[in-house]
Design a binder for this molecule. Sequence first.
Ligand code: DQA
Length: 160
Amino acid sequence: MKRKIKKTNSKKTNILVVHGPNLNLLGEREPEVYGRETLTDLNKLLKKRAREQKVSLRIYQSNGEGEIINFIQKNRKWAQGIVINPGAYTHYSYAIRDCISAVNLPTVEVHLSDINAREGFRKISVVSAVCIKQISGQGFLSYVQGINEVIKVWSESGRQ
Ligand code: DQA
């Protein structure tokens, strides 16, 4: 889906990183699927990458659909892109889909596990149509690649 890119004067790329429900339990939650590292480990890695790439992140985790929507809405003017792992909301939250569409920011949908290789209900994403890309099955690297995709959108738009 083609999306309009909003231009701002800020030099750094500002990116929202959103972790959906149950991702606060990373490390203890089904480690055979999601690994033994925690959300703190993941956020540490993302902050390190952000420093290296001169990107600003605002990172948020919530188990609540409305809270995720409020966070995205509240930060929409600051942000130039979103990397979101909507957790199970991926598969049925039209409210999060509408929110992504409403704020009109380049958004990458990420998943730690390979959602296409698991139960049937996980193969359906109701948010993917409003995202520029879906990255799944790469563990923490899914998020790193998601950030890179947002940076790419901005560097490509800068060259035009
Ligand atoms: C997940 C996959 C979803 O199906 C699941 O509900 C999650 C995590 C992932 O990162 O692999 O909570 O988004």
